[in-house]
Design a protein around this ligand. Structure first.
Ligand code: B16
Ligand code: MG
Length: 220
């Protein structure tokens, strides 16, 4: 058994559900007359649902009670789940399946580490679930990224030490989480300019299994 692992974030790395999060928050915010822009949305990558709501509500003049906040988060999640219904195996981002195949051929273990409570549904709808040796979702953790809990639990499930894991992330908060957990980090998309990342690419279309072998060799 290979004692090296690659742990993938889900939203924005394997599937472009990051765009669905944006649209669902936008709909809720518009209904509440709360300003919400793409730049605010960038701050929500990898952050839990309730923490995301708190960031959005900083731009609201109205004060919301805890139960009103729970209602807003639930409303957003309903809009989000409606968008998820349209997912299929074609929704998997370009380059992902080739990379997963390549990593398996090189006998890397592979896992998903997502802050999303919807991750199991997304993995099932896209057919990605059958590729992974382990998965951790938002319902299994108490602290979301930049805390390393989600990735440490994924490493534990795989039986691989954190120092032998590389995390692939689109969120600066996720890169911080990987580093806090003693793991190497690959930044793609929105995290492709993250100075803390050990390796970066615009998308997984640019990444090959051989790049990961190189990353592990450079860590020695
Ligand atoms: P949910 P990831 C994260 O998923 C998203 O990046 C973030 O935008 C979202 O708020 C969070 O999941 C919680 O998602 O509301 O579905 O539980 O990028 O860690 O895969
Ligand atoms: Mg993400």
């Amino acid at each position: 058994m290979n004692r090296r692992a690659v742990i993938f974030d889900l939203d924005g790395v394997l599937v472009s559900t990051d765009e669905f999060h944006y649209r669902a928050w936008k709909q809720m915010a518009s209904e509440e007359n709360i300003p919400f822009s793409r730049s605010v949305n960038e701050k929500l990558r990898g952050i839990s649902r309730m923490e995301s709501l708190e960031i959005i509500l900083k731009n609201s003049s109205k004060k919301y009670s805890p139960s009103q906040k729970a209602d807003l988060a639930e409303r957003k999640n309903c809009y989000y789940k409606k968008l998820l219904e349209g997912l299929s195996p074609e929704s998997v981002l370009p380059g992902v399946l080739d990379l997963l195949d390549g990593l398996k051929q090189q006998r890397f273990q592979i896992a998903v580490g997502s802050s999303s409570k919807n991750a199991p549904y997304i993995l099932q709808k896209t057919g990605l679930d059958r590729f992974f040796d382990a998965a951790v979702d938002g319902s299994e953790i108490r602290k979301s990224k930049p805390d390393p809990e989600v990735f440490l639990l994924a490493a534990k499930k795989l039986g691989v030490p954190p120092g032998s894991c590389v995390v692939v992330e689109d969120a600066p908060a996720g890169i911080l989480a990987a580093k806090a957990g003693g793991m190497a980090a690959v930044g793609i998309g929105s995290a492709s300019s993250c100075a803390l990342a050990d390796w970066t690419a615009k998308s997984l279309q640019e990444a090959k299994a051989s790049d990961f072998i190189g990353i592990f060799q450079s860590l020695r």
